[in-house]
Structures are given as structure tokens and as C-alpha cells.
Design a binder for this molecule. Structure first.
Ligand SMILES: [Zn+2]
Length: 76
């Protein structure tokens, strides 16, 4: 093993929003060590509250722009 910090694992299609089950694009690591996943919609909705309790927020919503329209089946 090297001393290089491991990059945060990218979110995948297997990561689902804790609120609605859509594909997650935001991972919230809590200060307590827990982890929450949100879709872009819910990530935005809870952003203010999450910032108060999160140790880290991994926001991959920018990737939504790169996803071909045919690749989504749960975003409406
Ligand atoms: Zn959601």
C-alpha cells in the first residue's frame, strides 16, 4: 500500500437515494461516521441541513450533464 490517500469511491448506479430510491449523485459522510445517499433532487432539498452535520459532501451532480438521455430510467 502507498501513503496516497485513496480517492473517494465514485457513486454508481447501485447507489440509491435514501429518500426516493433514484440513482444517487450526492454522498454525505456524517461527522458521526454514517453515510447518506441522495439523488440530485433530494441533495439540493436537504443541502442546507446536511452542511450542518456533514463531515464531507461528495457532489457528483455535475455528471448528470454527461449522462446520455438513454442511460437514465428513473429520472423524471
Ligand atoms: Zn431522491
Amino acid at each position: 500500500m502507498t501513503t496516497t490517500l485513496a480517492p473517494t469511491n465514485p457513486l454508481t448506479a447501485a447507489d440509491r437515494c435514501d429518500r426516493c430510491g433514484a440513482q444517487a449523485y450526492i454522498r454525505v459522510v456524517l461527522g458521526s461516521g454514517g453515510e447518506l445517499l441522495f439523488c440530485a433532487h433530494h441533495g439540493k432539498r436537504y443541502a442546507d441541513g446536511l452542511r450542518k452535520v456533514a463531515a464531507e459532501i461528495q457532489d457528483e451532480t455535475a455528471r448528470l450533464r454527461d449522462v446520455p438521455a438513454t442511460a437514465t430510467n428513473d429520472e423524471a
